[in-house]
Design a protein around this ligand. Sequence first.
Ligand SMILES: *Cc1c(COP(=O)(O)O)cnc(C)c1O
Length: 395
Amino acid sequence: MVIDSRDALWPNYNPPRDLIFTHGKGCELFSEQGDVYLDFLSGIAVTSFGHAHPHLIAALNEQAGQLWHVSNLFRIPAAERLAQRLVKESFADNIFFANSGAEAVEAGLKAMRSYHATNGNPERTRIIGFDNSFHGRTITTVAAAGNKSHMQNFIPSDQGFDHIEWGNIGSLRDAINSSTAGVLLEPIQGEGGIRPASKKYLVEIRKLCDKEGILLMFDEVQCGVGRSGHLFAHQHYEVFPDVMALAKGLGGGFPIGACLTSNAVGETMVVGTHGSTFGGNPLAAAVGNAVMDLLLDEECLAGVIRKGEYLYGRLSSLQSKYPNAIESIHGLGLMIGIKCKISNTDFVSALRDRGLLAGECGSNMVRLLPPLNIEDAYLDKAVSIVDSVLENIRG
Ligand SMILES: *Cc1c(COP(=O)(O)O)cnc(C)c1O
């Protein structure tokens, strides 16, 4: 029997009342009622290798029997190793570990201001953000994204952010001034609607930042860690940031975030500037390393690109079949958005009723974020559920 014990929680979430999952395996979730769901949400791009992956279970269990936590007052070899591996695979020279996406973004915002202050430009504190972006739910990350509905009642004063139109290089040029520290963007916008930047736009932004002496930070909390078919989404564009935030997929379901920096930025974050009690603790670092093992397997990223193209193609066919329900298909790798003409909320709940979990996001989109290692047969299964739901809505 389902006991409604939700009253002891803040009412800030609204999960379906009678759906409780008891366990998962790969891309499937099993409910208390005995139903099976195909998980194309992955805890919002988190369980990138599905549920109960044996390699991740082994890493967590092994660490759990040895040492959970010592704080960052002591060395954590697994965190040093994870940092070295991320550095080797990226633009970055050094890393700070956090526990979540918002914290990883905040660390980056502090580091950008620190860079300018340390280099004799303490007036450079303002950060430019973009329409429809999302960077988390702390006060600063809400202010960074500038989404009015998230800011209301929480942001008492100017927090040092300016906001401009996404995709318009002229508005960025106009917004930069002598107090600008840097620019923060998602190479593929997630919550605001699955919206990849164009290569031309990112190249122009990078050039403008270099010319003006300001920093470029990418928030790859959602689009990073293999989701795009590249280890980091910006590698697809061959445009590299000075600072990057990661989280979500990095722990495969164990909370961990990371802020990656070039040495010029990271070296300014000396003792006393920043910290976290839990960030990169032995448990999180052990699982992070296990996720890296899977990501760096040769087949993994090539598989994401191949499967992403396949899914994109199959969904595009559905768009042709149901032009009154689907407006367009967007995305890269296994981060795919279906822009709807019908209500995305109704669509997601109809999919769930038929056993497919998907997410809603901005611009009336439905997003599909299946595990990176999903088997092809499940892609077909998901497409056939989408097809049958649309057939019904039409009929
Ligand atoms: C989810 C998300 C965040 C926030 O991550 P939390 O772990 O919820 O704090 C930040 N940026 C982007 C792009 C995200 O998708």
